[in-house]
Design a protein around this ligand. Structure first.
Ligand code: 5GP
Ligand code: ZN
Length: 113
């Protein structure tokens, strides 16, 4: 499977990793939409939220806790930030490996585009 995020997990292509454990990797987005823009992904490939099942409940919960911790480490927790998941074509998903964006460091707008 030709998945760019699996290649990042396997260190086949470089990335700026900010967090890693046995199940999760977080790295800087190559095209940041804000001063802080980190992507959190499961190491095991899942296409999107549409493909989550009961076996992923703990994994997704852990990802959100790690997002919270990294936000604190990067000193954007108190001022606030946004967590984004794009699912499928109309959702704006461009990489078909489940990922959550942690975006911060500027005022966010609503509604999103
Ligand atoms: P999506 O649009 O699927 O929600 O988000 C995909 C994100 O992955 C985009 O923000 C894009 O900039 C980022 N991205 C795409 N390719 C790479 C890459 O090779 N390295 C990194 N670090 N980020 C990437
Ligand atoms: Zn993948």
């Amino acid at each position: 499977m030709d998945c760019i995020f699996c290649k990042i997990v396997n260190k086949e292509i470089p990335s700026e990793i900010v967090y890693e454990d046995d199940k999760i990797v977080a790295f800087k987005d190559i095209s940041p939409a804000a001063p802080t823009h980190i992507l959190f992904i499961p190491k095991k490939h899942v296409d999107s939220v549409n493909f989550l099942n009961d076996e992923h409940i703990d994994l997704v919960g852990e990802i959100f806790l790690r997002i919270k911790e990294v936000a604190k480490e990067l000193k954007i927790a108190d001022e606030g930030y946004r967590i984004v998941n794009n699912c499928g074509d109309l959702g704006g998903q461009t990489v078909n490996h489940l990922h959550f964006h942690l975006i911060g460091g500027r005022q966010m707008q609503w509604p999103p585009g």
